[in-house]
Design a binder for this molecule. Sequence first.
Ligand code: NA7
Length: 553
Amino acid sequence: MSATAIQLKTAAIDVPEYDAVVIGAGFGGMYALHTLREQGLKVRLFDEATGVGGTWYWNRYPGARVDYPGGPFYCYTFSEDLIREFDWPEKQPDQPTVLRYLNFVADRLDLRRDIELATRVTGAAFEEGVQRWEIETSKGTRVRAQFLVCAVGALSAAHVPDIPGVASFKGECYHTGRWPNDRQVVFKGKRVGIIGTGSSGIQSTPMVAREASHLTVFQRTPQYSVPAGNTPTDQVLVAEARKDWSKFRNIMLTTPIGAPDMPTTIRACDHTPEQRRETYEAAWRIGGLGPILVSTYCDILTDRQSNDWLAGFVREKIRAVVKNPETARKLLPSYLIATKRQVMDEGYYETFNRENVNLVDLREDPIIEIAADGVRTESGHHSLDMLIFATGFDAITGALQNINPRGRGGVPLSTRWKERFNSWLGLTIPGMPNLFMIHGPESPCVLYNMPLGAERQSDWIRECILHMRKHGIGAIEPAPGADLVWAKEVEEIANQSLYPQTESWYTGSNIAGKHRQFAVHLGGPAYFARIRESADNGYEGFVTEPERRAATA
Ligand code: NA7
């Protein structure tokens, strides 16, 4: 129990009380803690991990890197001091660097005194009489708070598919999203299998192949991957950014995904085939997601023809790199490019030219079972010493569903989200008063610069809480029907893009039984203007209750 905790006098058992409890010590939770505490609120943050970092704590698999926008732009933007004081060595920082940064921030902002690590939140229930959340932890402790800020991570509920025999493997077994933090995983001299070819599988494949005696990649859906083109950080750009940070930040606040560059306005059909090839080639040489997706043509994700031209170009590149034509054929993707999470790599396709690597195409040769010593597919047995699941996450909603908070009337989230992932503004959930989400469903979350998005949502949450305190409001929640209005808006924007046309974790199709819903608000700056507008209009779309008792003693 913290010395700063206020004891709730009315309760039969003394339960420490805070103004706000934050769940999750990643980018979102750490900033929420900081900004609420700056306003004098008593805040407690819980995280299951033994260190801060959230996603960057768990995803320490080999090759894990920031994709885009990287370097000094994938970090907290609110403080010029933080921008000046941390040096990013590379344009696309690796996981150890991002984790080092988050630890630096935790120390620099003195956050640790209010963070309780190795403590999972196991449940939360809203007590209507006192307008407080009661929160239970894995340590058997309980705390109360008026506000519950869920910064639980959009990519934190690791998913292991239900393959027959999955628990029977006797060799070393890892999930990329739960990589061990207490030891170095050694691949040398081992026969390794990787299941999954999303970002994590594609980033780790070249690294594992260099060490392992043999690597088998089990691929269900071939992916389009582009060269990362990682370089040392551009020091001239960093100096410029440090000199006039507000100028850079203001640009980031207005661009569609919170990046420091304005996207092109040229459509693919504005160019001749020769010009298009030159444009794609130039972007391919630079590498990274920005040059290919944002700087080539503006309609890649809205126009099928434009999408197809770029996809054809990437398929050509795959054929040119991979020497074995049969392997190249298996690696050729066919879905609409970039409508699954776009991947970048450091020598992924080249890896299949190595003698010690083979590809199993699970569409032609499905897994029958996982055995004690390997994976059996229709065509035969693959003996393995190590099995790596790069099979992704129950994305965007899974982590909060695992906590399954109980809101008004004791109704759990599992009931509230039975049909669809309802929210108002992607920040609040019907029937869950005083519960706020960072990077929740129907917010820009995974398709926006995540540290910046977390800051902007946390700022909104802070202003909402201050407004409530100022006006004697004890509880706030979405008005009846507000979620339907929001769902329509999210869907209308999504349908202007090609995203919903592909099965992906954006639509929930990677998890058996999960309902299909494109769960990302694609509005970018328009989203943040929209939530601002609600606040400016006296928290339009919400209903409130007056405070029933003094907030804290
Ligand atoms: P992803 O992008 O969800 O990728 C998971 C991969 O695992 C993907 O290739 C899946 O194939 C595959 N998968 C999932 N279930 C199975 C089964 N049952 N059998 C075979 N293959 C399977 O997760 P990542 O961790 O790679 O990426 C998330 C990252 O995005 C995050 O860490 C950030 O870097 C950005 P599918 O495509 O579903 O056919």
